[in-house]
Design a protein. Structure first.
Length: 163
């Protein structure tokens, strides 16, 4: 009974843009897995620069072998996925240079990858990049800043709070 009285409320954790570009609503991603939030809630960025930054303080959980996606865990335990482009798993790493590995501790704004979105686009793939909250049963997203330009590693695009 008293546990909830003394439970510390989590301060909203600000999530920075992992890429420079235009932030759009997840519903605008031309892939139903993302637009219908099958993997979780989030936003997407149409990139205009190749540098990918850590959006949070935490740790790299998984660099996908095909280099097209990186998942991170915040200190509070929220897990985020940065999925660079759509159907880019088929490129088997072409167009991606990963600068971190599983277990790397990261701070907001640290460079974690380079996404050659021009090359990926020339190979016929969409470059829109979803940023997804994977454990939405424990956390939720608020204050999503969509339909605006953003600077990777600097601007806040959303906040994570406890569900």
């Amino acid at each position: 009974m008293f546990k909830s009285l003394f439970k510390k409320k989590m301060e909203p954790e600000q999530v920075q843009a992992p890429l420079t570009g235009k932030v759009v609503a997840l519903e605008e991603v031309p892939d139903p897995v993302f637009s219908q939030k099958m993997m979780g809630d989030g936003v997407a960025i149409i990139p205009s620069d190749k540098q990918v930054y850590s959006p949070v303080d935490g740790e790299v959980v998984n660099v996908f072998p095909t280099k097209h996606a990186i998942s991170l865990r915040t200190k509070a335990g929220a897990e985020l996925l940065i999925h660079m482009g759509l159907e880019t798993v088929e490129l088997k790493g072409e167009g991606f240079n990963i600068l971190v590995q599983d277990g790397t501790k990261v701070s907001k704004g640290d460079p974690i990858a380079e996404f050659d979105f021009e090359k990926v686009s020339s190979l016929g793939k969409e470059v829109i990049t979803p940023i997804i909250l994977l454990n939405g049963e424990q956390f939720k997203l608020e204050n999503k800043h969509t339909h605006q330009s953003t600077t990777g590693g600097k601007d806040i695009i959303m906040e994570i709070t406890k569900a």
